[in-house]
Write a protein that binds this ligand. Sequence first.
Ligand code: PEP
Ligand code: MN
Length: 341
Amino acid sequence: MDIIVLEPGTSDVNIRHIIKKLESKGLKTHVSQGTERTIIGVIGDTSKVTEEEEDAIRAMTGVENVVRILKPYKLASRDFKKENSEIKVRNITIGGKKIHVMAGPCAVENKTILFGIAEKVKNAGATILRGGAFKPRTSPYSFQGLGEEGLKYLADARDKFGLAIVTELMDTKEMDVIMKYTDIIQIGARNMQNFKLLLEVGSIDKPVLLKRGLSATIKEWLMSAEYIMSRGNQNVMLCERGIRTFETATRNTLDLSAVPLLKQMTHLPIVVDPSHGVGKRDLVAPMARAAIAAGADALMIEVHTNPEEALSDGEQSLKPDAFTRLMSELKPIAQAIGREI
Ligand code: PEP
Ligand code: MN
């Protein structure tokens, strides 16, 4: 017993009564008020609920059906919520008709460079500024990010250019400082299965961008989203950023088939990051176009005004003029599939 589908028009009193009954069995609930139906998701170890207990719930006023979900993820599943989830960030909505683009440098390097990039991506039509202040670098000798100073520059850029901001949280220790500045919290590929971190961001109210782990299956990825959602935070978006395969000609293999597949499996918005997906500047635009055609709700693209001098990921960063060109190329593709950008 995992989902309780209610009859249309079930009163709040009856809903509360059903919830109380479930809670008396040590289970938690999450009510999803859809346009057509209200559904109660049952959270916790539902395997211990006996068939008799399940029948008793089925007999309660307002209950239309009790469904057992065989999938290990529940709150993230399409079975649980038919409508696409829309995530509100400042004055924008991710997961609706409009496709949003998050753009900016891999790392925040200094205020002048960040502002230069922010102005260019804003003028090209991006609505969200990206930039790492705490960087998960492969080498301990590489630039690790500016920390709080970088977060301050991001917040200043938000105020000046009217862009929402997204930045990575690497460690629970940095939660407070990240919360103070960011609009969206990014969980990086290397932390997709850092379950403590997932539970932490599950108990806050800011949207989370959950990147796919380097070698994670789609199921593992959805289970990580479930970790966050099980704590209460339903504002999760999934970001495909390429996976490890035997192929070494590209940095990763961008799994675009994950996009339409995830659309069937989950109601959560899907973001595609072609920059880390391919690792090569020339391949970013074609894969960004393909991602929109495949149904992505948003893109994350690395842009730098001077990629040759970038402190990280310069080889995959677009220059502003190439980014501007890409943004205009994306328009007719979005239109062709009934969306806008
Ligand atoms: C990034 O967005 O700069 C980043 C480090 O991404 P990922 O976690 O996907 O490697
Ligand atoms: Mn990067």
